[in-house]
Design a binder for this molecule. Structure first.
Ligand SMILES: [Zn+2]
Length: 297
């Protein structure tokens, strides 16, 4: 299944019980230190236990949110959701907000993510539109650069990753557990969405990888938006791949070439065996350069 198909299926699942029934079921697996990874809800959701209740990094898609919340409460032996991070505005990350808002949950996001959710969003990869959210479902604690909170005996640092996958991506680092939740910047299941229409770009994606690598050590476990948990070495390999594609695309752009020529040139050919057909990613990544580079005229 290529990434485009995968994204379409997941977005459809937010609105269609039938589509959801075909996806893998919501399930929890232990990450140690009382932390659980919830999969099958559209994107990875990470659940932490505290005396205050449950803390989640991302909430899954709306159509799966009841199952995700139930699985997370059960896996952590907690009674209620207390804090929810939105790592960015995408439907697979913010589908629990509406449900969470009924219970007065603290919802933390970068200010750009909050702003996107106040309006109707359209993007090439999105079926239909998304939002605007009702005021009560919006993140109620937003930030700009880097902050930290204590929860359940754990110290959480969270920071903005700049313009990368979108312009509101955040990471969450659980310092004691040495677990880094990377959000939408890191996909480990095929090519990611390069959401240039909400401020993402491939040069910024490479810079965000540099930031994540900088705050990791050899023992850090890194949770991507999709797929299995990674190490710092895996991040370094992915960073090299994205830089290679980025470098080739910039060279084509400054020569005055366009997105069709970029796709035809197969700038990600050596990565296709492992990552699948890159055409959607390459096209969007090329367009993402338009706001940052001009041809050498
Ligand atoms: Zn995303």
């Amino acid at each position: 299944m290529d990434r485009r198909h995968f994204v379409g299926l997941v977005v459809a699942s937010a609105f269609s019980p039938f589509a959801l029934a075909k996806a893998s079921p919501v399930a929890a697996s232990a990450l140690g230190n009382g932390i659980s990874l919830i999969t099958g809800g559209g994107a990875n959701v990470v659940a932490f236990r505290g005396d205050e209740g449950l803390l989640l990094v991302d909430g899954g898609a709306a159509g799966a949110s009841a199952d995700v919340l139930r699985a997370a409460l059960s896996a952590t032996s907690t009674k209620k959701l207390h804090t929810l991070f939105n790592t960015h505005w995408h439907p697979d990350q913010t589908g629990l907000n509406e449900r969470a808002s009924r219970d007065g949950v603290r919802i933390i996001a970068h200010e750009n993510t909050r702003l996107w959710l106040t309006r109707k969003i359209r993007a090439d990869w999105l079926t239909g539109s998304y939002g605007p959210f009702a005021a009560k479902s919006l993140p109620n604690k937003s930030f700009y650069t880097k902050e930290s909170i204590d929860f359940g005996g754990e110290s959480f640092e969270f920071g903005h990753l700049g313009q990368a996958h979108t312009d509101g991506d955040l990471y969450v680092l659980a310092k004691n557990a040495n677990l880094l939740v990377a959000g939408g910047v890191v996909s480990n299941e095929g090519w990611p969405v390069m959401d240039w229409q909400t401020g993402g770009w491939i040069g910024g994606l490479v810079a965000a990888y540099d930031r994540l690598i900088q705050i990791s050590d050899d023992a850090t476990r890194i949770v991507p938006a999709n797929g299995v948990v990674l190490t710092k070495k895996d991040l370094q390999e992915q960073r090299a791949m994205y830089f290679t594609v980025f470098d080739r695309l910039v060279k084509m752009l400054v020569k005055g070439q366009g997105p069709d020529e970029a796709v035809a040139a197969k700038p990600a050919q050596e990565f296709e065996a492992k990552w699948g057909n890159p055409d959607v990613f390459v096209r969007a990544s090329f367009k993402s350069l338009w706001g940052h580079y001009a041809p050498d005229a």
